[in-house]
Design a protein around this ligand. Sequence first.
Ligand code: MSP
Length: 509
Amino acid sequence: MKKTFYITTAIDYVNGSPHLGHAYEKVLTDVIARFRRMMGDNVYFLTGTDEHGQKIQQSARARDVDPKTFVDSVAPEFEEMCARLEISHDDFIRTTESRHKDVVCRLLQQLFDKGEIYKAEYQGYYSTRQEQFLQEKDRNEDGTWPEIFGEVSEITESNYFFKLGAYQQWLIDHIKANADFIFPRYRAKQVLEFLSEPLNDLCISRPRERLEWGIPLPFDPDFVTYVWFDALTNYYSAVADKDGLWPATFHVIGKDILVPPHAVYWPIMLKALELPIPQSILAHGWWSINGAKMSKSTGNFVEPIEFVDQFGVDALRYFLMREMSVGQDSDFSMEQFLVRYNSELANNLGNLVNRTLNMTNRFADAKIPAVDEVGEPETALQATWEKTRDEVIPLFEQFQFNVGLERALQFITATNAYIEQRAPWKLGKSDDPADQALLRTSLATMAEALRLGSSLLLAVTPGSVGKIQGVLGHRMGEVWRDELQWDHRLTGNTVEKTCILFPRPEKKS
Ligand code: MSP
C-alpha cells in the first residue's frame, strides 16, 4: 500500500494574533495537500499552535492573566483563521493538550534512559528573547551582542543536555545522500555550513524558577522542557497512535526556522529515538508588506481575516500562490493585489464564466449543446489545453505554483480569445445552418474549456472552482485522473443564469 502523504505546517506561537505569514504557510500547505489529494494520494494534514515557553509566559504576564487562560483565549483565533482560509487540515494540535504533553514526556524519558540526555553545569550567556544560550562566536565584531538577542545576561545554572554532537556526521551524510531532504535544494548548503562546525550539545531544560510555563521534565520536575524540543515533537505526538502516518512526508516551514531547529535538532532527536526521520522539509520565504517588514505597531500589517472579509478567501489564496515563488521572499502590496485581482481573476476568469453562462442562456436555452462542426480554432484550443495540463501538473509537483497558475490563466486567456474569434454573438444572429452548427460548437467548446481550465485551479481556489463546476451542472470527481480529458462531458447539462465570483472590490471605509 502507498504510504500516506503526511504534511505539516509549523505550529504558530500564540503570543499575538495571526498575521499574513501564518496565513501564507497554511494556504501553501493546504494547496499542496489538496493537489496531492487530486493526484490520488491519501493525505493527512496537521497544523496547530505552539503554546509554551518564555514568550507566551511574558505575554500572559503583560496582560495579567495566567498562561493557560491566555493561550486558551488566543489559540481559537488561529483555528478560526484556518477555517476562514478554508484550510483542509485533518487535525489541529495544541502543545498544551495532554495527548501532546504525554508523548513529549515519554520521548524525554526514553532519551534519558538511553543516556542521550545528561545533566551538567552551564556557565555563560543567555538571551531571554531568543530563549537560547549564546557563545562567544555569536558576538558582533565589536564585542556587543546582535540586536536579535535582546538583553543578554551571564548566568550559571545546572541544566539537562541532549547529545546532538554524536549524530552530526550521520546527519551530514544523510543530507548529502538525499538531495530531496531539503527543498529548495540551495538551502541544504546553509544547513551543511551550520554543520561544518562541531555541534554543541543542546540544552533541553529550563529551571523552573526562571520559566514555569512548560512541560516538566519527567525525570526532574524542577525543570521544564525547552520550547523547541516540546514544539518539534508535535509532528510526531499528533500521529503517534495512528498507524502508518509517521514519518512525515513534508514539513512546511519558514526559512527562519530551518537551521537549526528543523534541519538539525529534529532529525537528530528522531535518530536518537530510533524513529524514522521525515522525508523532506520545505522552507518557504518571507513576506514583506509594501517593501518593509510587517509590523503591527507601525500599521504595516495585513489581518488575514479582515482581508478575506473584504475580498473573499479565494482572492487571497490566489494572490499568495500566484505572487510568491516558493522558497523565495516576496512583497505584498495592495496595488499588486488589485492588479492581479482585476486582470487575472475578475476580467479573465470571471469574464469567461459570465460569457459562457450568458451565451448558453441566450442562444441555447441554458443547455450546453453537443459539438457540431469542429474547425481549426477548436483543434488549436484543445491542443493548447493538452499542453497546459501536461505542463501545469509537473509544475505543481515541484511546488512552482506561481508558474503553474500563470500557465493555467494563459489557457483561460486563450479561451477568451477563442470566443472573440468565433464571435458566437454574431453566429447567433444568423439563420444559416452552418453558422448555427458553429454556434453550437463554440458554446460547447467554451464550456468544456472552462470546465477544464478551472479544474486546474482547484487546489488554489477550491470554493470558486466548486462554484464554476456547479453552474456548469458538473460535479467533479475526487481525483484529477478522470477529470482532465477534453471529452465534452457537459453536453446536455443545464447551466445557471449567473455566477458572481470576483465582485468589484468595495473601497474600505
Ligand atoms: N512556534 C515556532 C514554530 C515551531 S514548529 C515546531 C514559530 N512560530 S511563529 O509563529 O513565529 O512562526 C510560524 C511560521 O510562520 C514559521 O514557519 C514562520 O517562518 C512563518 N512566518 C512568520 N512570519 C512570516 C512572514 N513574514 N512571511 C512568511 N512566513 C512567516 O516559529
